[in-house]
Design a binder for this molecule. Structure first.
Ligand SMILES: [Zn+2]
Ligand SMILES: [Zn+2]
Length: 289
C-alpha cells in the first residue's frame, strides 16, 4: 500500500476537474452538459462519483497513451514504457533497482521476509506517482488497465527466468472494510483482475481478509509498521483449502516499506500457500518512506 501518500493525498484531492491531463476540459464540459440535460435535479445529484464517472468517460479515450497522449491502441505506449518503466534488475525483497542481477540487496538479505520475491514495474516517480494517485484517490479506475500493463511487462520479463512454482493464483492486498466503503473499490483488485485475465492466472478478490484499517502508517518505521500490522490479515479456515500447495502472488499498487506485503505473505503462508510473491506497479525510491 502506498500508505505514505494515503490520507494527505486523499484530503488534498480536488473535487473538480484536475490539472494536467489532455481531455480534462472535455470532462468538465461533459459534466456541465449533464447539468443542463438534467435541469434542476442535477445540483444535488452531481456528486463526486458522478463527476468522476463523467470525467473518467471523457478521459478514457480509446487509442491514446495515458502518459504522452500520443495515439496508441490502449494503455501506455512502448516508448513511454521504455522511458519511464525500464526493465532492470531489482532486489527481490525491496524491489529497488540493483546494479547487478542479484536475488536481494544487502539490507534485504539480512532480513526475514515472508514473501519469496517482489516484482515491481517501475519506480514510484513521475509519471506513475500522479497516475497512481489519480487511480487510487480520484476514482480514475479507467487507469487500471495502463497501470496493470506496467506490472505485466515486468512480470513477463521475470517469467523468462527459471522460477520454481510460478504463482497460479493472484490475490489483491485487501482494504479494510471502512476504507473500501469510503473509496468504493479496491485498487489492488482492479489491477489483479486485469493482470489475471492477461496472464491467464486465476484471481480471487476476497480470500485474504483485512481485519482493521492499518493504513495510517505515515512516519512509522518498519518495526512500528510490523507491530501495527500484526494479525491484520487472515484467511477464513474454510477457505484455506484454496491455498494448499499453491504458489500465489499478492498484487498491490505500490510497495513502500514492504511491511504490509510481509504481514499479508505471512498470513498466506501460515494458511498453506507454499510461496508468496508480491507484484506491485511501483516501488517508492530510497528515502520515499
Ligand atoms: Zn506514451
Ligand atoms: Zn532489497
Amino acid at each position: 500500500m502506498v500508505s505514505g501518500a494515503g490520507p494527505s493525498a486523499a484530503a488534498d484531492a480536488p473535487k473538480e476537474p484536475q490539472r494536467g491531463f489532455f481531455g480534462a476540459q472535455g470532462a468538465a464540459s461533459a459534466a456541465s452538459a449533464g447539468a443542463v440535460a438534467f435541469g434542476q435535479y442535477i445540483e444535488p445529484m452531481l456528486s463526486a462519483p458522478v463527476v468522476a464517472a463523467l470525467r473518467a468517460a471523457a478521459l478514457a479515450l480509446p487509442g491514446t497513451c495515458v502518459v504522452c497522449r500520443d495515439w496508441h491502441p490502449s494503455g501506455v505506449c512502448d516508448a513511454c514504457l521504455q522511458r519511464f518503466a525500464p526493465l532492470q534488475p531489482r532486489c527481490g525483497g525491496c524491489a529497488r533497482p540493483l546494479p547487478l542481477a542479484l536475488p536481494r540487496c544487502g539490507a534485504c538479505a539480512a532480513q526475514a521476509i515472508a514473501y519469496r520475491r517482489c516484482i515491481a514495474g517501475a519506480d514510484y516517480a513521475a509519471p506513475w506517482d500522479r497516475l497512481i494517485t489519480d487511480f487510487k484517490f480520484h476514482r480514475r479506475t479507467d487507469l487500471a488497465g495502463a497501470l496493470a500493463q506496467v506490472l505485466q511487462r515486468a512480470v513477463q520479463s521475470a517469467q523468462a527466468e527459471p522460477t520454481p512454482a510460478w504463482p497460479t493464483l493472484l490475490l489483491p492486498v485487501p482494504l479494510a472494510r471502512e476504507r473500501l466503503r469510503e473509496r468504493g473499490y479496491n485498487q489492488a483488485w482492479e489491477l489483479a483482475r486485469r493482470l489475471g485475465r492477461r496472464l491467464r492466472i486465476a484471481t480471487t478478490p476476497a480470500l485474504l481478509q483485512r481485519s482493521r484499517d492499518t493504513a495510517h502508517q505515515i512516519g512509522m518505521t518498519r518495526a512500528e509498521r510490523e507491530r501495527n500490522l500484526r494479525d491484520a490479515f487472515w484467511i477464513e479456515p474454510t477457505e484455506r483449502i484454496q491455498l494448499q500447495g499453491r504458489a500465489v502472488a499478492l498484487i498491490d499498487d505500490v510497495l513502500t516499506t514492504g511491511a504490509t506485503a510481509h504481514a499479508a505473505a505471512l498470513a498466506l503462508t501460515r494458511a498453506g500457500a507454499t510461496a508468496v510473491d508480491v507484484w506491485v506497479v511501483a516501488r517508492t525510491p530510497l528515502g520515499g518512506e
